[in-house]
Write a protein that binds this ligand. Structure first.
Ligand code: SF4
Length: 336
């Protein structure tokens, strides 16, 4: 037979995505692997509800960072986005921190790259400005290492009050949260022009229409939303404040929720007597409401990937040289 007749073997199924697995079977497998691999699963409120349900702890960034320091198992699986896995590793250097998908990033963290922040700080210093840099927790560890303080939407006011009154504040990376904090604390700030792709696209028209259709509804909005959304909110707060607020109301109430749509899951679990309506994202050019209120980065976390990373022991967040500086700032800001 001539060589030209030896046809290459073609895998007819190459590139064809595997069919979805049964979620209940996956949950059972995850429960078994958690024990076998001595692992604890932490899940952010913005990942799918089924992942929150199999997690040992679900919460906002602050709760999860604090929970990470109390984990007794040798492995942490962090279902969230990359900067959260970094924070868990930084606060637990001796533990193995796995993530279902290392590519789960954050548009807000990406809007403030460390070299750009360093150059901006150097310019301010060259001008003789006396300032401290306050970073929202949604930043990379390399950025945290350049900052004096880290805040979450849950502790921001308290931390801002710790910045000496004779210092200016450079707030990074979320301009909307920074503007809101300027208003509630009365402290002027130099704002980095970053924003979150999810919170920036709520449709004000749809919010007003939803308010008209539900005249008794209470609007709750995350402070990462732009001012035009916050102006129509009855309650402004991070995810934990939202949960506390709805839990404190016994009377069945309709809430219009302006934050990542998966947040409805823990709100409904905490206060099932209420109706929660997600505020939609902006209209697309075809007139349809887009799914912009779902974070595409958080959506990279799936039950299947949680199972895979537990089973395979990867991908893992590994220690980086700048984690040492980031650790000092995180501990000072979140744990003291
Ligand atoms: S919702 Fe926004 S801030 Fe949160 S992880 Fe997604 S892109 Fe980042």
């Amino acid at each position: 037979m001539s060589a030209s007749l030896e046809l290459p073997v073609v895998d007819a199924f190459a590139g064809v995505p595997a069919p979805p697995e049964d979620p209940l079977a996956l949950m059972d497998e995850i429960d078994r692997l958690k024990v076998e691999k001595d692992a604890t699963i932490l899940a952010h409120y913005y990942v799918d509800g089924e992942i929150q349900d199999i997690a040992d702890v679900s919460g906002d960034s602050l709760q999860l960072a604090r929970a990470a320091t109390k984990v007794t198992s040798g492995t942490i699986v962090f279902a969230g986005v990359h900067f959260m896995g970094e924070s868990a590793k930084i606060l637990n250097p001796e533990k193995r921190v796995l993530m279902p998908d290392l590519l789960a990033g954050c548009s807000l963290a990406d809007s403030c790259p460390a070299p750009a922040l360093k150059a901006f700080q150097d310019n301010l210093r060259a001008e003789g400005r006396q300032f401290e840099t306050v970073a929202y927790i949604n930043t990379t560890a390399a950025v945290k290492a350049l900052c004096d303080w880290i805040v979450t939407s849950g502790n921001a006011r308290e931390i801002i009050e710790r910045v000496p009154a004779d210092k200016e504040i450079l707030f990074v990376p979320d301009q909307h949260l920074g503007r809101y904090l300027m208003e509630v604390t009365g402290r002027p700030m130099i704002l980095w022009p970053g924003s979150c792709m999810v919170h920036e696209v709520f449709s004000i028209q749809d919010l007003l229409r939803a308010k008209r259709n539900n005249p008794k509804a209470v609007v709750i909005a995350h402070p990462e939303c732009p001012r035009n959304v916050l102006e129509h909110a009855d309650v402004i707060g991070g995810t934990e404040k939202m949960k506390k607020h709805v839990s404190a109301i016994a009377e069945p109430t309709t809430f219009l929720v302006a934050t990542e749509a998966n947040m409805i899951h823990p709100l409904h679990k905490a206060a099932p007597q209420h109706t929660f309506i997600p505020v939609p994202g902006i209209m697309t050019s075809t007139g349809e409401t887009c799914a912009c209120n779902r974070c595409p980065h958080m959506a990279r976390n799936t039950l299947q990937k949680v199972r895979d990373c537990l089973r395979d022991g990867r991908p893992e967040i590994t220690w980086q040289p700048y984690f040492d500086d980031a650790r000092d700032v995180l501990i000072r800001s979140l744990l003291q």
